[in-house]
Design a protein around this ligand. Sequence first.
Ligand SMILES: Nc1ncnc2c1ncn2[C@@H]1O[C@H](COP(=O)(O)OP(=O)(O)O)[C@@H](O)[C@H]1O
Ligand SMILES: [Mg+2]
Length: 311
Amino acid sequence: MIRSEGLVKRFGAATAVNGVDLEVPTGTVLGLLGPNGAGKTTTVRMLTTLVRPDGGRASVHGFDVVREPHQVRSLIGLTGQYATVDEGISGRENLYLIGRLLDLSRKGARQRAEQLLERFDLVAAGGRQVRTYSGGMRRRLDLAASLVGEPAVLFLDEPTTGLDPRSRNGLWDEVRALVANGATVLLTTQYMEEAEALADRVVVIDGGRVVAAGFTEELRARVGGQVLHVRPARVHDVPSVARVLAYAGLGVAAVDAGDELVRLPVSGPDALTTAVSALGRSGLSIASVDTRVPSLDEVFLTLTGTERSGS
Ligand SMILES: Nc1ncnc2c1ncn2[C@@H]1O[C@H](COP(=O)(O)OP(=O)(O)O)[C@@H](O)[C@H]1O
Ligand SMILES: [Mg+2]
């Protein structure tokens, strides 16, 4: 398993990671979710021995990341860090050679290369020199290269940011296959959807601190899956709208001066109907009412009660 306690990293006066506790049981996927600058990459770099923590401790399968970095490195795959791709040969040859370096048989290395080309939509490009690849193809090949060895512990830092949907699904399939074989995965993402698709449990960090943690279903239930948006015809009715929704039992919305709409995380299929009929009875003039999948901001709003700043 992967574990950290009170992990801290400072850069000059700034604290990038400020006491992060994590636990990823063997054979499970943890989604480390957070906006840009939350401290995800720094956390992963400490756990993978690339950066030394300033406080706290962390271990991978019982090996301390500071005192036993070699043992940790031998267990982990990290996208783009250890698998180096040679631009002068083809994608297929690269994957084959990495397989051979990792002691796969000729046949095993060939099969694994084909499987990964398939997963990452590189079959057609597989025979071409890597130097001719587009940026997106290169990224997919780097991902594939990091997975050749089927690492027992896998760190993926925003692996699907910028990937096309087909390759994203390929990566998800590959991660699920590795986990089915017992791998332990820590994956960072800015997308709730990705965390829900892959992770057993989620830790949400913001400003270097854990702001929420739990099983994916728990967090989803707390977020309710949907956010109600009500926009009154007149801006000064915003507080009245919030009161009507609260009386209707939908929950108390935080409204600030200047807000043009009321946003309220809701759960259950009846929330929209309840809101519409309560607003109808109130006589307030409403421009629009709808429910939508929460943005990351709204997830944060729900989980922490405070809106994150700076974005
Ligand atoms: N090498 C570095 N030197 C100085 N500041 C850094 C360095 N790496 C990260 N930071 C800062 O630490 C914070 C967290 O960054 P990072 O871990 O990259 O966040 P994330 O991966 O969640 O976007 C940010 O404010 C970032 O600017
Ligand atoms: Mg990052």
